[in-house]
Write a protein that binds this ligand. Structure first.
Ligand code: ZN
Length: 135
């Protein structure tokens, strides 16, 4: 399998590691959008949220919390974005589940969502109706 994150897990490609345990690896993104931008991945290959094992997902999110706390202190971040994409249409580029940790600073000007078309504001009734369809 030609997966860059699996190669990082195996040590075939180097990374700037910030956390590792038996199930989870976290490292700095080579194309950071802000200083300290890192990625948290399960060591086992799962493509995305639709097939990642729940027990592993729990470990990933707990690691993300701990790393975020460290980043907040060490980089004096004012906030943190956690971002996770599933599928090409959603902006997923590496098809190995990963969670972005993006440190934010007051006035950093970072626009993570870019310009996007807005859908009409739904009524409360429409929201309630959609919520029923989703559960
Ligand atoms: Zn992989």
């Amino acid at each position: 399998m030609d997966c860059v994150f699996c190669k990082i897990v195996k040590g075939e490609i180097g990374c700037a590691k910030v956390f590792e345990d038996n199930d989870v690896l976290a490292f700095l993104d080579v194309n950071p959008v802000s200083k300290g931008h890192c990625l948290v991945i399960p060591k086992i290959h799962f493509e995305n949220i639709f097939n990642v094992e729940e027990s592993i997902l729990q470990k990933v999110i707990v690691a993300a919390k701990n790393i975020s706390e460290k980043i907040k202190v060490s980089l004096q971040a004012d906030g943190i974005n956690l971002i996770q994409a599933n599928g090409k249409v959603a902006g997923q580029e590496i098809m190995h589940f990963h969670l972005h940790i993006i440190p934010r600073h007051e006035g950093d000007g970072l626009k993570l969502h870019g310009d996007h078309p807005k859908i009409p504001k739904p009524s409360f009734e429409e929201l309630k109706s959609l919520a029923k369809e989703l559960i």
